[in-house]
Design a protein around this ligand. Structure first.
Ligand SMILES: *Cc1c(COP(=O)(O)O)cnc(C)c1O
Length: 370
């Protein structure tokens, strides 16, 4: 039987992509904000219903740059969660800021807003919450806290492309939101990312940061780096954007079948659909309670692997326990620890067949208590 990978990148047809990049052979304009870059940026501003989209060569550099653009005092504290991809915490630390880890909640694994205020000190400058798995944080409460203590809010929305909250795209939440367009994400530009925001005054500084601060052939006004999205990435994005609604619909079908098979099983915990949220079906996390289910997360992981099925311990370990941080930012986050030790994300992509979902669920259910 063929192997099932944990993810499979969405791609346009070969012909569609070739058609899109054809004019690059005529223009020889391969990067530096060419026509494809401009087109994708315009289309995303429409699609995400946000005044400004600045494209990046990847999501991580986008997050590093927007944190730098906020001018937070060096050494100040940024409240975030450890239940995320390395990028979130690394972007904070690489900016000379100190991550202060807040626990997550048990319902949707986003930041536990009831625990934020007790972590605020006179050194706190910002909150970096994560819409983990595409689950939307309690944005109302985060906004209230941020206003009260005058903190910046930068959302790591890497998982949340296309998600809507109360009928509005999440791209305009907070001071800014970072999206990743990495090959493994719901919408991809091979590698890529973007910062979305409303504040006009951020446009110039982000463009300076991603292109050496160059304003003209003889004018360099800012010590920026290089993080530009190239024309081939943008062309992939233009093609993938044409099909994104269909791709999400196909993901939805797979998720609904997973839910049908795995709901109401003793010891298997699924995230509920969130109220007022239109999902993008980015991931399918499953938490295994060994005592009730009969097998541990690690046992399920091994059994799936032996059956040729890739699943991921996503997110394990917590970023706070990465060896590169030498316990510098140790914090008590018991819920994050609990979930991290028990969660698996199951294979999910637009072309995952219902038969494959059944095959995956059969392996999992065979490990449960009889
Ligand atoms: C993918 C991801 C990123 C970084 O995005 P890249 O485009 O891979 O640099 C940041 N945060 C989270 C939560 C992610 O999953």
């Amino acid at each position: 039987m063929k192997n099932i990978l944990v993810t499979r990148s969405s791609m346009p047809s070969y012909e569609e992509y070739c058609e899109e990049i054809k004019e690059l052979w005529e223009s020889h304009w391969l990067t530096n904000m060419g026509v494809k870059h401009q087109k994708l940026q315009d289309e995303l501003e429409k699609k995400l219903d946000v005044p400004h989209v600045i494209l990046y060569t990847n999501g991580h550099l986008a997050l590093e740059n927007i944190l730098a653009a906020m001018n937070l005092p060096k050494g100040s504290e940024v409240i975030t969660t450890p239940f995320t991809f390395a990028s979130t915490t690394h972007a904070i630390v690489r900016n000379g800021l100190v991550p202060v880890f807040c626990d997550i909640n048990e319902e949707d694994y986003t930041i536990d807003v009831s625990k934020i205020e007790s972590l605020i000190t006179d050194k706190t400058s910002a909150i970096v919450p994560v819409h983990v798995y595409g689950n939307i944080c309690n944005v109302k409460e985060i906004e209230r806290i941020a206003n009260r203590y005058e903190l910046k809010v930068i959302y790591d929305a890497a998982h949340a492309f296309g998600v809507e909250y109360k009928g509005k795209n999440v791209a305009s939440l907070g001071d800014a939101s970072m999206f990743s367009f990495h090959a493994t994400k719901v919408f991809n530009t091979i590698e890529g990312g973007a910062i979305c925001f409303k504040d006009d005054s951020l446009v110039q500084i982000l463009n300076d940061m991603k292109n050496f601060g160059i304003h003209g052939q003889e004018s360099v006004v800012f010590v920026g780096g290089n993080a530009k999205m190239n024309e081939f990435q943008a062309a992939m994005g233009i093609c993938n954007l044409r099909h994104i609604d269909d791709e999400v619909k196909k993901r939805k079908k797979a998720v609904e079948h997973y839910r049908l098979r795995l709901s109401d099983i003793n010891g298997i915990i699924l995230c509920d659909y969130q109220k007022d949220v239109k999902s993008n079906y980015a991931y399918f996390p499953v938490v295994f309670d060994e005592k009730k289910f009969g097998s541990s997360r690690n046992e399920v992981f091994v059994a799936l692997n032996n059956a040729g099925i890739g699943a991921r311990k996503y997110f394990y370990p917590l970023t706070s326990s990465f060896e590169c941080f030498h316990n510098s930012y140790a914090a008590a986050t018991p819920i994050a620890m609990y979930i991290s030790n028990r969660v698996l994300t199951l294979p999910l992509y637009a072309d995952l067949s219902i038969d494959d979902v059944d095959r995956i669920c059969d392996v999992i259910l065979s490990l449960g208590k009889k």
